[in-house]
Design a binder for this molecule. Sequence first.
Ligand code: NAD
Length: 306
Amino acid sequence: SAQVIDGRACARALKASVAADIELLKEERLPIGLATVMVGDAYGSVAYERRLRRLAADLGVPYLPRRLPATVSQAELDDTIAELNAAPDVSGILVLRPLPPHLSEAVTFQAIHPAKDIEAVHPQNAGLLALGVPRYVPSTAASAYHLLDTWLDSVGEDRADFYHRSLIVVVGRSNNVGKPAVSLGYDRQAAVESIDEWASHTGTLGRHTRRADVLIVAAGRPGLIRAEHVNDHAVVIDVGINPRTGPDGVTHMVGDVDHATVAPRVRALTPVPGGVGPVTDVWLLRNTAAAARVNSARLLSSQEPS
Ligand code: NAD
């Protein structure tokens, strides 16, 4: 049976190194602060905000959760972001998704100052990521690879050698998870294949996924990947987070991978919960700390005489 990759242990270790970074920032008196903007009150966003509040408090990072009503106009949302852009004690800004349909993600993301755009959603940061020179690596895709890298170290496999001979198949092609996961695979000089829901509609999903040495699944479809979709040496990273209400009326989180049938078959896999999720939260704080340095460098250079 597969090794279950422990995301919580990985998150704890990462958190210790982020805490050390934050101590240094404090010694250097560089302001660090995280702001989130939530429009409406989607179930997933509320839960994410709660986790970030707790984690920021643990790490001693000021946290500014802004909530706007679901009816807010684009102009009002942009004004809120402009305020956060100008706030010297805010180093990183995260706009929680989904936005209500009357608001434009493209317009909203361009309103974020690139130096504070810790999820790399602004075109400038998305472009730098695609060019292989990221300013910030988006937290979910970063966490998928952080788990892989950490697991490779734990089994004594050379990272470069593993990636150079691997095919990474990414299921799901969203701007915030699937596409960054493809870019990070390129950065590791792996062969990478990206598929979306058309592979399912056309019945070709398994043909792609069975060839994967690394299978990263971010489709948001519970139980999408089953035993017949994997091979016996695959390492499976399950990014999906789906609420599922059992016969007892209790709602649990499940991934996109049918753990019960896939686990006996593959080499290693991440569970849900306790896999990618906990690492993602800490990675966002890591980017918030990195942003404190980017912002202070920017402010110093803007004070220089021109
Ligand atoms: P999204 O809805 O924006 O994109 C989903 C992608 O999957 C699309 O490209 C779509 O074409 C593809 N897809 C949908 N159904 C498919 C199918 N049957 N076969 C193949 N591809 C299919 O979602 P997203 O924001 O990328 O998130 C994906 C999942 O990851 C969701 O469950 C989300 O909750 C979860 N998520 C987890 C974390 C974390 O930290 N673990 C962070 C962000 C998102």
